[in-house]
Design a binder for this molecule. Structure first.
Ligand SMILES: [Zn+2]
Length: 62
């Protein structure tokens, strides 16, 4: 089950829509910004109460 989620690109600040697979509790992956095409590191965790936490960071601020 994929849930759309909006994050802000850490580089250009534009809102980006990503799809989160909520069947995975913890995941980390890289998605290219749809606006500036730079790689955004995404850390996603799905909490027990069903809320989703998304951290978006640039490759230089780990
Ligand atoms: Zn961007």
């Amino acid at each position: 089950m994929l849930d759309p989620h909006i994050i802000d690109c850490p580089y250009c600040g534009e809102p980006i829509e990503i799809l989160i697979d909520r069947s995975v509790r913890e995941q980390q992956y890289i998605e290219d910004c749809q606006v500036c095409c730079r790689p955004i590191m995404l850390g996603v965790s799905v909490e027990e109460d069903g809320t989703t936490q998304v951290r978006a960071s640039g490759e230089n601020d780990a």
